[in-house]
Design a protein. Structure first.
Length: 349
């Protein structure tokens, strides 16, 4: 998923670039326009940048409609699609956008005041210039007026600088808040790993990052063995504890660089391993399988062991040029071979 990892200095520079870019188009200065150009100029949203380039080739100056379409298709936080809390996420996102709208309005008002002061100062300088050319008796009052105008201009510029700096800090906070909302919308609430939407986005991003020579992108599909039996015999509350336990294991095990864990659906989980080898992916799957065997669910009243469970896993590699559906199908096929061979094992495609 996208992450806003810029330092304070980098983000301040980006805000300046974003405002400059917004000024080259016909769209209003609002959070939607800001978000589109921020993601584009930060280089963190390749699909958006590609779409923006295509649209600008047809129409160099973008209007509100074009920017809103880009925002909806490539930036918007689709919180309502997430599992649980969708309405709350949408409300939170709307609040953040309202706050950003307020900040940008304040900046515009401060800039307008500074522009007004600059206009008055320009008139004073014009009067001084005329006095120098004509009547020396008018020179002293004109100099006094110019001195006062200089101070007013200096104060106005200082106020604008403070306003912009305060707004930049606030925008950084709001962007961080929005990023947290986006991340939460992609988490499965029960297991606290990525949900299906987050997993699909991560796969698509990985497809745009070819692995280095000698490496592959690895995919491990994991399924809890006899999970229906767990629900039937122990109830869905215990079934949820099994799912949550596997989620905790995946979140707390040693993380490989770029490793992503997700609940793919139901009792099926997935692990993405960028720039790895099939042997490393298999080793990781075996580690998960072995650690799951050590999980013991206890009765909360007696503390007696109530349940243990196992998982099966399939491992597949993605290579440049292969579509994502084929990759998933290979891993799924390996997973079902593991189940057919007796479960509690790992099979490599």
């Amino acid at each position: 998923m996208m992450r806003y990892l810029q330092s304070r200095e980098e983000s301040v520079s980006l805000v300046r670039q974003v405002l400059a870019a917004m000024g080259q188009h016909d769209a209003a200065f609002n959070p939607v326009t800001f978000a589109v150009f921020y993601d584009h100029l930060a280089g963190i949203n390749p699909p958006l940048s590609q779409a923006l380039s295509r649209v600008q080739r047809q129409s160099p100056r973008l209007d509100n409609g074009a920017l809103h379409r880009l925002y909806d298709e490539h930036v918007a936080d689709a919180g309502a699609e997430a599992d649980g809390g969708g309405a709350a996420d949408g409300t939170r996102s709307q609040r953040i956008q309202v706050d950003m709208q307020r900040l940008m309005k304040e900046i515009a008002q401060s800039a307008e005041r500074t522009g007004h002061a600059a206009g008055l100062f320009d008139e004073q300088l014009e009067g001084l210039s005329n006095a120098l050319r004509t009547d020396r008796d008018e020179l002293v009052p004109q100099l006094d007026a110019a001195r006062e105008g200089t101070q007013v201009m200096r104060d106005s510029v200082h106020t604008l600088q403070q306003q912009v700096q305060a707004a930049q800090r606030e925008i950084e906070r709001l962007r961080a808040d929005l990023e947290r909302t986006r991340e939460e919308s992609m988490l499965d609430p029960l297991t606290q790993v990525l949900n299906r939407r987050g997993f699909d986005q991560r796969m698509q991003l990985l497809q745009r990052e070819p692995p280095p020579d000698g490496c592959v992108h690895g995919l491990v599909m994991i399924d809890i063995d006899h999970f229906k039996r767990v629900n039937d015999q122990h109830g869905h509350t215990v079934g949820d504890r099994v799912l949550a336990g596997l989620g905790t294991l995946l979140r707390t095990m040693p993380q490989e660089p770029g490793m992503t864990c997700a609940r793919y659906g139901g009792e099926e989980f997935a692990i993405l391993l960028p720039a790895t080898t099939l042997d490393k992916a298999k080793t990781l799957a075996e580690t998960v399988r072995t650690r799951v065997r050590g999980i013991r669910l206890r009765d909360r009243q007696t503390q007696a062991v109530a349940l243990s469970f196992t998982v099966s896993a399939g491992v597949a590699a993605w290579r440049v040029g292969e579509d994502l559906d084929t990759w998933l199908s290979c891993a799924d096929a390996a997973l079902y071979r593991a189940k057919a061979a007796g479960r509690d094992r790992v099979v490599v495609a």
